[in-house]
Design a protein around this ligand. Structure first.
Ligand code: NAD
Length: 295
């Protein structure tokens, strides 16, 4: 059991990655506080965890409301006596899902994304640190994981406010790790998913929870048709992001902090902007000599 004796709070746990992590972490022995802005979704996840034989409670918490995040953390401490792990995971896409021209993004749309994606993570980290400092066993070894995105590392067309908020998470993670909370022995890292993202992310908040990735929803999986350089016989799943989060939650990552880890990338972040022709390998030396990288 990789999370035996750990008490975990997960935000945005009513669907997608938060739900998958709730189930996985509980299967690994954690006692989980399942939280979501949707009470209904949180209860569904709770039922699934209980059905798996896991231990959990559900608390409604909108991450944009500091008092609700504080109350969710307090519920962990009141129920289980401490907090070991915070998975600050809740997030929403940019309004219009990439269709709004940058110059037409309203202040309200900018604020809506940033309130959930960045301020919500700030509230979760802030109240986690307070609880972790009061852990009766001491704060050392506590772990905070934030869900960032590959949009924080490379350009995502149509997602400027989302990418800005996720980039803000990465900066906060690095600063907190180095100066703010590392001194308590609390570590903080981020995962930056690229593939295996929950298909619910692009659906309304009251849609049925599909528990599938975008790629799993895309019909027959033909690796050669996928832009992911790593060719595997199955599509990326939500669990492919939950497992890296499990590693960061567990003591296996005890000496990792301030890391923003691209997950389920499959090599995409290693591709280059310079277009190489199909014959790049044969012509590599010749092209390099000529300074011609277009094959
Ligand atoms: N799905 C993707 O394509 C993708 C890609 C990269 C990163 N991410 C990130 O992964 C994280 C998890 O999202 P997901 O992919 O599982 O999507 P999802 O939509 O399946 O799940 C997100 C959950 O967050 C909840 N939520 C929304 N607003 C909230 C709020 N204000 N307070 C609390 N909960 C709230 C929703 O009700 C939902 O249950 C997010 O941070 C998202 O930005 C997603």
């Amino acid at each position: 059991m990789r999370l035996a004796h750990k008490v975990v709070v997960i935000t945005g746990a009513g669907s997608g990655l938060g739900r998958a992590a709730s189930r996985l972490f509980a299967q690994e022995g954690a006692r989980v506080v399942v939280t979501d802005v949707s009470e209904d979704r949180a209860k569904q996840t709770l039922d699934l965890v209980h059905g798996d034989g896991g231990e959990a409670i559900a608390v409604k918490a909108d991450v944009t409301v500091e008092a609700e995040v504080e109350a969710a953390v307090a519920a962990a401490v009141d129920t289980y006596g401490k907090l070991d792990v915070m998975f600050a995971n809740a997030g929403i896409p940019a309004k219009g899902f990439g269709l709004t021209a940058f110059e037409d993004i309203s202040e309200a749309e900018w604020d809506e994304t940033n309130d959930v994606v960045l301020k919500g993570v700030f509230f979760a980290v802030k109240h986690a640190v307070r609880a972790m400092k009061n852990n009766p066993d001491g704060p050392a070894g506590s772990s905070i994981i934030c869900t960032s995105s590959a949009a924080s590392l490379v350009g995502y067309p149509g997602f400027p406010q989302y990418g800005a908020a996720k980039g803000g998470i990465n900066a906060m993670v690095r600063i907190c790790a180095a100066w703010e909370i590392g001194r308590y022995g609390i570590r903080i890292n981020a995962i930056c998913p690229t593939h295996g993202g929950s298909a619910n992310f692009i659906l309304p908040g009251d849609a049925p929870v599909l528990e599938k990735s975008h790629e799993e929803m895309g019909g027959e999986w033909i690796p050669e048709h996928s832009p992911i350089p790593l060719k595997l016989p199955r599509p990326p799943r939500i669990l492919d992001n939950a497992y890296p989060a499990l590693f960061l939650a567990s003591d296996e990552s005890m000496y990792m902090s301030g890391v923003c880890l691209p997950t389920t990338d499959g090599g995409t972040l290693a591709t280059v902007a310079i277009p190489f022709g199909d014959d790049w390998r044969e012509n590599l030396n010749e092209n390099a000599r000529k300074g011609d990288f277009n094959g």
